[in-house]
Design a binder for this molecule. Structure first.
Ligand code: 5CA
Length: 159
């Protein structure tokens, strides 16, 4: 029988189930803290790893979520144009407050509040992608098309 999930991973599992998705959160023995580690742990390409990155609007303080493909670096100018204000990388406290999760485990869904979400178009070239599930050792696999549906995010070029 599968072991019980930690509280944070269970929150993500509940959010998936609530959206009618059958994805299963798995907690691995090895770290999945970084995209590279996660790709090794699950045996996929780094490009298939979804990095859930939180930014902060410099004018309004609003949180913004960018779901980026593993190797890609977010072009903050480009995202800033989309949200009509300059953005900056959020600090660890802000990330925890707005999402309810620690950096390294931030999932694409299941946050404390709904975050405006932008999805890297590069993720859509893969049928399956893997995302963090609440802790630095928890992940789940999801169809990229379902990721789009479940987050309600806008697909854009984020590079
Ligand atoms: N579990 C993995 C793969 S699914 C994961 O969560 N990767 S991640 O890329 O979504 O989250 C780690 C990211 O958090 C890093 O790429 C980095 O952009 C960001 N980060 C790491 N440390 C800090 C920090 N001190 N302040 C703000 N952001 C940070």
């Amino acid at each position: 029988m599968a072991k019980e999930l930690t509280t944070s991973a269970q929150k993500v599992q509940d959010a998936l189930t609530a959206r009618g998705l059958t994805c299963l959160v798995v907690e691995l023995p090895d770290s999945t803290r970084t995209a590279e580690e996660a790709a090794v742990a699950v045996g996929c390409k780094v490009g298939q790893i979804v990095k859930s990155l939180v930014f902060r609007g410099k004018l309004t303080g609003q949180p913004i979520l960018v779901l980026a493909s593993g190797p890609n670096r977010v072009n903050e100018i480009r995202i800033g144009e989309l949200v009509s204000e300059p953005i900056e990388k959020a600090n660890a406290d802000f990330v925890r407050k707005k999402t309810g999760f620690v950096i390294g485990g931030v999932p694409p869904i299941g946050h404390m509040e709904a975050l405006p979400t932008y999805i890297d178009e590069d993720l859509l070239q893969y049928q399956d992608v893997w995302a963090a599930a609440g802790t630095p050792k928890a992940v789940f696999k999801i169809y990229s098309s379902d990721l789009k549906r479940a987050t309600g995010g806008t697909v854009v070029s984020i590079k």
